[in-house]
Ligand binder design. Sequence first.
Ligand SMILES: Cc1cc2nc3c(=O)[nH]c(=O)nc-3n(C[C@H](O)[C@H](O)[C@H](O)COP(=O)(O)OP(=O)(O)OC[C@H]3O[C@@H](n4cnc5c(N)ncnc54)[C@H](O)[C@@H]3O)c2cc1C
Length: 423
Amino acid sequence: MKTYAYWNDHRSGTRPTFIEKPEAVDVAVIGAGFTGLSTALGLVRAGRSVAVMDAGEPGSGCSSRNGGMIGPSMHKLGLRGLTSKYGEKQAKDILSEGLTAIGFFRAFIDTEGIDCDLQMTGRFRGAMSDQDFQKLTEEVKDLETIPGFKADVIPHSEQHHEVGTDLYRGGVVYHQDGGLNPAKLVDALTQRVVDSGGMLVNNTFVQGWDRDKDGYRLSTASGSIKAREIVVATNGYTPYAFRKFRRRIIPIRSAIAVTEELEPDLLDRLSPHSRMHGDTRRLVVYYRRTPDGKRLLLGSRSQGPLDAYDRIAAGIRKTYSQIYPEIADIPFSHCWAGTVAYTFDHAPHTGTLDGVHYAMGYCGSGVVRSVFLGSRLAGKILGRDDCRTAFDDLPFTAPFYYWGYPLGMNLLMKWHALRDRMI
Ligand SMILES: Cc1cc2nc3c(=O)[nH]c(=O)nc-3n(C[C@H](O)[C@H](O)[C@H](O)COP(=O)(O)OP(=O)(O)OC[C@H]3O[C@@H](n4cnc5c(N)ncnc54)[C@H](O)[C@@H]3O)c2cc1C
């Protein structure tokens, strides 16, 4: 079993040119994932000098190791959850922004001619209980009040047209969802940043920054770099050194295994329309066919060390044997893990904190949002009024009891797992 992302065996093959750290730039972007690359692209194309600095390589955080599943919804909160937090108007604006984001994303891929195996196959979300099915049905009614959302309730008697399992009590198909190969998207964004004159500085961990009269001085192990403005795009990998940001996000591990190639007949039974899949349990699961349609990619939250691959794979196998007993003994070709950034209100955040720009906290659904918010962030830095988003005004809070150490997370995950087993 390979212990790196399946996507790494299916990249575009081009490797960008990295540079030594420049002396000074207009904007220093910390983090070369989708957020940082998308922000940088908007800035360099408007003529700003930009250095994108990453502790590793572009995409080595979440961006090239995710499930590649995209969609406009916020399943965790839904319209009711958002309304109870922000009121009805803002809740509807946030959900509409999800549609704007996916529209932006598809147009961007199209205009740029990016090949990232995008397939808009829709998503089926299964209900773990009759009560969950009822809730999903109500959620679809709520979504119908947002112009443009397309979802259909699928009763239990028809769910085998969507997914080859008896586990669920029906579910919902969301038609504006789809899947892609995230590493190809990283490669395409990286190449465009470089082609537009952006500077990529890899293997350079930014230790922190000081303010001076012209802007900021960022420190790294190999010296400092001056920048008029800073963008923090470090999401789940935000270090303790960036204390104000770290206190606002909760890093949570997510892991994926990919099966060896399966028989076409079996795959057509398990995932007949090659949709993205998930369900209503508390400990998120997400699964899909790989873009070539030949394997299953199986994702879940994970506990324990990031590199305990046998343990991670065993956990994934146990979870998915319940959904698909037929694949209980199928070997995995790849297994890997990464760190997503949750926030205390389950919503992504973007704005400026102590003069430093940021977009982060995608709560495990960041492929589209990071590209979208990164592009909007670039526009705001350039002073464009039309780049505000529905996420701009959400309070990005740091509770007094949380200092960025996700203590008790294992306990919380075990509690959610127990609640899932009690359904
Ligand atoms: C296993 C897994 C599955 C997922 N599945 C999905 C999915 O199916 N659909 C979906 O929408 N989302 C998914 N996500 C989430 C999605 O990948 C992220 O929301 C998105 O990639 C965030 O992009 P980003 O650019 O903000 O952060 P990242 O891609 O994580 O980039 C942050 C970068 O910051 C760098 N960095 C951190 N600190 C420093 C520093 N001090 N100096 C320099 N560099 C630094 C890191 O090296 C890293 O490259 C998944 C995530 C994981 C881990």
